[in-house]
Design a protein around this ligand. Structure first.
Ligand SMILES: NC(=O)c1ccc[n+]([C@@H]2O[C@H](COP(=O)([O-])OP(=O)(O)OC[C@H]3O[C@@H](n4cnc5c(N)ncnc54)[C@H](O)[C@@H]3O)[C@@H](O)[C@H]2O)c1
Length: 350
């Protein structure tokens, strides 16, 4: 049986686990990789038995043996490289965030459609057990009408290494909201199955990184001149066409007890739920308040892996978990959060 051949663009920190996920699929394998950093490229090659390595992406995109490309590079290059890969006739799975702007993301969508190739932004949180189960329980009406979700991901000391591209607006486009806020925003809308936002208000803050505080351990990239001009705490309120709302709070650095805390708390007319905490609540009658441990919803994707979904979709076996239309909505909201923070105004999205 011939396999789907993958090329990896960017041999940094995240590429390693992604090579393993692709190679774990019985009908796919990683054949090639590109990165201007020779040492990292060779490291990825040796650990994952990659045969073809390229110093430039153009050479990789020109490799006729490749069917698909996974892109894991600094955010600034996401949209241009996705467009180049699609124009070279490859299917593309891009790591988050989609792009630096909605305008850029729309251009990628246009090129994907023009080339008739599969494109997705691979959002791993969609495949986690709590998110999968909560989505199916909400779909079957267990919580009644869902009117609000409170989503938070607070890292106490989790700024990527100082001096890396993550801390620079020109390379990353933004800070914590684009790094981990995007995960939670995407997972929340996916759980609610609601991609019809009408407005957003946001506020972003830089309170630690600019003082040289709050550094965590993430990032293999080179630490260069120490610039920190992105958000390390961000908050947003998103309103939807059906009247529902989502509040979203994320931090790379914050004064709090726990080193890391995250969840999506969902409020419906017939019950409440914690997605990651996997609990369901009902206040019932009188003193009959109940807490149910564990969520017994049916998972849509038992394999639990974004790459397996992408591969199965190309092979005609599965629906794509994150279609481009949903990825565009997420990018539009992210743009709105930063715009609202800059102007002080609510941003209309519909
Ligand atoms: N889904 C997740 O949970 C998750 C986790 C971490 C990172 N990411 C995303 O993955 C991407 C990579 O993050 P990382 O942590 O691996 O970063 P990293 O800095 O460790 O690695 C990035 C690599 O890209 C290479 N690179 C830079 N410009 C390039 C170019 N034009 N062409 C090819 N290679 C280039 C760098 O040399 C480096 O090796 C980012 O978009 C990040 O947001 C996603």
């Amino acid at each position: 049986m011939s396999k789907l051949n993958f090329g990896i663009v960017g041999a940094g920190a995240i590429a390693h686990s992604c090579c393993k996920a692709i190679n774990d699929h019985p009908e796919a394998r990683v054949l090639a990789a590109s990165d201007p950093n020779e040492e990292r490229l060779q490291g990825l090659k040796e650990k994952n038995n990659i045969t073809n390595t390229y110093a430039t992406n153009e050479e990789l995109f020109g490799d006729a043996e490749l069917d698909a490309v996974y892109i894991a590079v600094p955010n600034k290059f996401h949209a241009p490289l996705a467009i180049a890969a699609l124009n070279a006739g490859k299917h593309v799975i891009l790591d988050k965030p989609f792009a630096l702007s909605y305008a850029e993301a729309k251009e990628v969508a246009y090129v994907a459609a023009a080339n008739g190739k599969t494109f997705t932004v691979g959002m791993n949180q969609r495949f986690t057990p709590g998110v999968q189960q909560a989505r199916s329980l909400i779909k079957q009406g267990d919580l009644g009408e869902v009117y609000h979700a409170k989503s938070f991901w607070f890292r106490r000391k989790g700024i990527p290494k100082f001096g890396t591209w993550f801390c620079r607006k020109d390379m990353a486009g933004g800070g914590v909201m684009l790094d981990i806020g995007v995960h939670l925003l995407d997972a929340t809308l996916y759980v609610l199955d609601n991609f019809e936002p009408v407005s957003v208000t946001g506020q972003t803050y830089t309170k630690f990184g600019d003082r040289g505080l709050g550094e965590g351990g993430w990032g293999m990239s080179d630490a260069k001149e120490q610039v920190f001009d992105v958000d390390d705490f961000s908050t947003a309120l998103i309103k939807f066409k059906n009247g529902a709302s989502v509040s979203l709070d994320v931090s790379w650095a914050i004064h709090q007890k726990e080193s890391n805390k995250m969840d999506i708390q969902i409020y419906g007319t017939e019950g409440g739920m914690l997605c990651y905490g996997q609990e369901k609540f009902n206040y019932g009658e009188g003193s009959s308040y109940s807490v149910q441990q564990g969520l017994n919803g049916k998972k849509e994707f038992e394999h639990g892996d974004r790459f397996h979904n992408f591969i199965n979709h190309i092979l005609g076996k599965e629906e794509l978990c994150n279609p481009i239309e949903q990825a565009l909505v997420i990018q539009k909201i992210l743009d709105g959060i930063y715009e609202s923070s800059k102007t002080g105004n609510e941003v209309k999205l519909d």
